[in-house]
Design a protein around this ligand. Structure first.
Ligand SMILES: NC(=O)c1ccc[n+]([C@@H]2O[C@H](COP(=O)([O-])OP(=O)(O)OC[C@H]3O[C@@H](n4cnc5c(N)ncnc54)[C@H](OP(=O)(O)O)[C@@H]3O)[C@@H](O)[C@H]2O)c1
Length: 216
């Protein structure tokens, strides 16, 4: 499986404000991200991002014959609202809700009735490793991880990302409760950190930098 992690952050590393406002990057960056979406088999996000942003997670800004990838939501307890944009559109766009055995079977049935597929892995939290193995067996070979910070950590700590793409917008947001690019427990030692090499940089709107890294 090939895994790409993409995010937009402020200069101080925040991916949203303390009020969960995450409209950080430019229209030009949305076009780049939607083109990237159209090139992958699946997009992975965490349930907190669904609850806070209610995203559609489809391809909109780049429509040049583009297909919508499968949307995969990591949601241990099946908290996803049935009236979320993702669930409401799951008969039209393939959708997977990745849960654990903790989720109520009633909610699982309701989700399936709306057209989404449910995959069960892990105890307590979704096992990202097992989930990705299942996705690969289903033919999803190229995955785009789009956050938030907790999911980014869970994917990064497994050492399974092949590329990391980060847009740095010319903003300083601050706030100890504002989410950063990578949350979770974090590594204790610099030597344990995931080592990357810079493969490309672009400047958008004379203002915003996109950094492309590959696993070293
Ligand atoms: N700027 C950007 O590029 C960007 C992109 C995406 C999101 N965001 C922002 O990021 C914020 C949300 O980020 P977040 O860090 O709070 O949440 P998140 O990463 O979206 O979701 C985290 C949740 O996923 C569930 N989960 C299940 N299994 C997990 C596992 N193995 N590892 C990690 N999480 C697991 C947990 O909830 P359960 O225990 O209930 O399952 C956990 O609380 C929002 O404000 C959003 O706007 C910004």
């Amino acid at each position: 499986m090939y895994v790409i992690l993409n995010a937009a952050m402020s200069i101080d590393g925040k991916i949203s404000t303390r009020n969960n406002d995450s409209s950080i990057s430019s229209k030009m960056d949305f076009v780049r991200v939607h083109k990237l979406r159209s090139s992958v088999d699946g997009i992975v996000i965490g349930i907190s991002t669904v609850l806070k942003d209610n995203p559609m997670l489809n391809v909109r800004y780049f429509t040049n014959g583009a297909k919508n990838p499968t949307r995969i939501i990591i949601d241990s307890n099946a908290r996803i609202p049935l009236d979320s944009r993702i669930i409401k559109s799951s008969k039209k766009i393939q959708t997977i809700i990745a849960i654990t055995h903790n989720a109520s079977s009633k909610k699982v049935k309701e989700i399936e009735n709306k057209g989404a597929r449910v995959l069960v892995t892990g105890n307590g939290k979704v096992s990202i490793r097992k989930l990705f193995q299942k996705l690969e067996r289903m033919g999803l070979r190229k995955i785009l991880v789009e956050g938030g910070g907790e999911i980014n950590w869970s994917v990064i700590k497994l050492g399974i990302i092949n590329e990391l793409i980060v847009t740095i917008s010319p903003l300083v947001i601050g706030g100890r409760d504002a989410k950063t690019l990578v949350e979770g427990e974090g590594f204790a030692n610099i030597s344990d950190g995931i080592k990357l090499k810079l493969s490309n940089t672009i400047i958008q709107n004379n203002n915003e930098i996109v950094l492309f890294y590959k696993l070293r």
